[in-house]
Design a binder for this molecule. Sequence first.
Ligand code: NAD
Ligand code: TDX
Length: 346
Amino acid sequence: MVETARTPEAPAAYRHIIVTGGAGFIGSNFVHWVVDNQPDVHVTVLDALTYAGNRENLAGIAPERMTFVHGDICDPEVLASIVPDADAIVHFAAESHNDNSIADPAPFVRTNVEGTYRLLEAARAHGTRFHHVSTDEVYGDLALDDPARFTEDSPYKPSSPYSSTKAASDMLVRAWHRTYGVDVTISNCSNNYGPRQHIEKFIPRQITNIISGARPKLYGDGLNVRDWIHTEDHSSAVWAILTCGRAGETYLIGADGERSNIDVLRAILAAMGRGSDDFDWVRDRPGHDRRYAIDPTKLRRELGWQPRHTDFAEGLADTIRWYQDNPGWWQASKQAVEAKYAEQGQ
Ligand code: NAD
Ligand code: TDX
């Protein structure tokens, strides 16, 4: 297998990429980003349209720029029908919600571990470039007062069924590079926010609760810290790594956005004209990671990447507006999502 030399000065020029999970929150943002910024690239989206996938997330994209394939990453026949024609695979598809993984880990093992294995085998068979989208949660958590942040050398220490299956998938990607020479890169990103995030996740759940007349729900003591990045900045970073990143390397993606959950919730309450205590404390998540924090030095130094959405208040206001303007996107699933949380005491 021949590895392409890629640098920021001489980026790889891919003409046809497969984006798995392209109908989900971050995958669809990436597809829009590529269509808007890379006029010579055709995208084939492979997505199973699980509860988290929505074809509407790709509305407005011209058919000459994108082909949509409704299929499962675990299905070798589907992969054999699309991988030979592609220059690269960008792998976003996953079961992505921690709380769901605690209630039922089975789909996480299947999609996140077996699905990544199937894709790697297809990339190996056809000599296809492979970028794997992963998460900072593979490194476990940090104490609130720890001066350290995660780096590419941090030890793997996943806590939940979700993060352990993502960690397993990262290991498969590394092994397929070392053993078979598959031309891979891996990115581990911090918590994303922005439009079209499923309403089971923290920020959209609180926004849509307030719009629906329900009170926001905060887990535990509310002091857990997440390192927030706008999803568009995640997309531009993935593109930089795909086209300029060194084969076999891991890059951490983050935008210096550490905030406690209670601070984020109070920012949402203030932006939506509610009182700062207008929320309910609910049962904590079992095994709840305390703090995530990314040191993005390698990505910035080596590839020259910079985030654009550095004003969290502005990004949050845009996100709130998007949910206010698009009730048709989320209202039909709201009751079922909240019923599931209520069953868990959350
Ligand atoms: P999401 O749950 O919104 O979307 C997942 C998409 O994958 C959906 O469109 C779904 O239909 C599709 N999918 C699921 N199983 C599939 C299968 N077997 N075959 C084909 N398609 C399938 O997830 P997201 O939040 O957009 O996350 C995307 C990726 O980014 C994931 O790999 C996740 O681990 C990673 N990530 C997410 C965050 C975050 O904050 N959300 C942070 C870092 C990394
Ligand atoms: O209602 C809630 N109340 C609450 O306090 C929900 C849904 C969450 N929380 C807390 C739990 C976390 O500390 O908010 C924080 C964020 O929760 P999630 O949105 O579930 O995200 P998290 O568990 O941090 O994982 C996310 O970031 C890393 C994504 O879902 C993962 O896919 C990604 O890998």
